[in-house]
Design a protein around this ligand. Structure first.
Ligand SMILES: Cc1cc2nc3c(=O)[nH]c(=O)nc-3n(C[C@H](O)[C@H](O)[C@H](O)COP(=O)(O)OP(=O)(O)OC[C@H]3O[C@@H](n4cnc5c(N)ncnc54)[C@H](O)[C@@H]3O)c2cc1C
Length: 407
């Protein structure tokens, strides 16, 4: 229970709640635009979805697998270029400290989906964005004589997500705090705005931000309930990814096209500290396997790989799964959102709620929030960083494979 008057009240322009890719990217954008912004993370930076993602920065080609352009495919078409500019130090956020795992992504077809592949390649959406890969240029995994299909290269790229999180955090470490909600609480102000009270040494310190942005991923759900906000609302899309730790030399990044309009299997490869690597499997396998037991899903994954790459020997590999939810703004008919979402909360004067819906769309989310701030005439105030140094700093989240296999 907070006292009526805190010992000290601090001010800032924007308080961001949640230090995944959305919150960290937004913090960087706001600070670069001159805002006095701070971020609060309850566990570790990049927890939940961000470090669990496959790191693909895509231009939406995978949404055109049905052969037609959709809202989703158009909204993110220029995202890879946006990220590339940031990676080279010429964008609106400095990502020079982040590592790229692959600057292209492959697409191949199972035999049962050859006609779908032809429809896809004939569609306008793929022009200039998909190139056939000649036999000698194929990645090592597809040099095997048993591979008889065709392989295509997409302009999408894959980033080492932990290094992206680290780079974004290191750009403004003095503005990132760990929040312990047993020692912090929301306060409703008479004008219906919200503030946060921190308990420290039996004293209350209040942070009264001009705007609060909730970028807590699935954590937004509980925050919305706690603040009594009925709109917007959240939906979850459950997945169960498969992780294979092995010593095969093949690093591979690609989608296998199957009978459906989403990839049958998506493979990304992630380095481990001891030189081994983890293949991280998503796509339809992870969507359909969301409610299977780990053993059932691992059996399915083994069958899929034996069917698609019978020449691959994964004996001696270690297997694990990761159940994880995608958090998205609630859509009619549970549809997939087309682009990043940011909206003012109903009944809370200074709260914005945001979900990027894709790692790729984080720049788009920052644009949306900046546009809302402009509309509300919230301009940079020139105030100082609030003196909250009694709070700890959050660590970086471990990857799911570090957690599953140890390092
Ligand atoms: C398996 C998987 C693979 C994916 N692959 C890709 C991909 O290849 N490409 C792509 O573009 N997208 C991908 N995505 C989607 C992408 O990962 C997410 O859209 C994105 O990471 C969401 O970021 P976020 O910051 O909104 O949420 P999160 O990453 O979930 O971060 C939320 C943060 O908020 C913190 N938090 C929660 N509650 C509170 C609270 N009350 N107070 C303070 N902090 C709080 C959490 O600890 C966490 O650090 C994938 C998603 C999944 C699940």
């Amino acid at each position: 229970m907070a006292p009526t008057e805190p010992t000290q009240t601090y001010h800032c322009d924007i308080a961001i709640i949640g230090g995944g890719i959305a919150g960290l990217w937004l913090l960087n954008r706001l600070v670069n635009a001159g805002y006095n912004a701070v971020l609060f993370e309850q566990t570790a930076l990049g927890s939940d979805q961000t470090v669990a993602s496959q790191g693909m920065i895509h231009g939406g080609i995978k949404y055109t697998l049905g052969g037609t352009l959709t809202g989703a495919s158009e909204a993110i078409a220029d995202m890879p270029d946006h990220w590339r500019a940031c990676l080279s130090g010429n964008g609106d956020v400095d990502l020079r400290g982040a590592a790229t795992l692959s600057d292209c992504f492959y697409l191949w077809s199972s035999n049962s989906a050859l006609s779908r592949m032809s429809t896809f390649l004939a569609s306008k959406a793929t022009r200039g964005r998909v190139n056939k890969v000649g036999k000698k240029d194929r990645p090592a995994l597809f040099q095997h004589p048993e591979f008889s299909g065709s392989l295509y290269q997409l302009v999408d790229m894959v980033l080492d997500v932990p290094s992206v999180v680290k780079a974004l955090a290191e750009n403004c470490p003095e503005r990132i705090f760990k929040i312990d909600w047993t020692q912090a609480s929301w306060q409703r102000m008479p004008n219906q705005s919200v503030a946060i009270d921190f308990l420290h040494n039996a004293q209350y310190y209040r942070l009264a931000p001009r705007q609060v942005v909730l970028t807590a991923g699935q954590g937004n759900d509980a925050l919305l309930k706690e603040l009594g906000i009925s709109s917007p609302q959240m939906q979850r899309r459950p997945l169960q990814q498969v992780m294979i730790r092995h010593n095969q030399p093949h690093r591979f990044y690609g989608h296998c096209l199957g009978a459906e309009t989403t990839p049958r299997l998506t493979i990304s490869s992630h380095p481990c500290a001891d030189g081994s690597q983890v293949w991280y499997l998503g796509g339809t396998l992870a969507e359909k396997g969301a409610h299977q037991t780990a053993d059932e899903l691992i059996d399915c994954a083994k069958r899929e790989l034996a069917d698609l790459m019978p020449w691959l020997d994964l004996s001696g590999a270690r297997w694990a799964t990761l159940p994880v939810d995608r958090a998205e703004p609630r859509q009619r008919n549970f549809a997939r959102p087309d682009k990043a979402f940011a909206s003012r909360a109903e009944g809370c004067g200074n709260v914005i709620v945001a979900w990027p819906t894709k790692l790729t769309l984080s720049p788009n989310l920052a644009d949306e929030v900046m546009a809302l701030l402009k509309k509300m005439e919230t301009t940079p105030s020139g105030s100082a960083i609030p003196e909250l140094d009694f709070l700890e700093r959050p660590p970086l989240a471990p990857t799911p494979w570090q957690t599953a296999f140890g390092d």
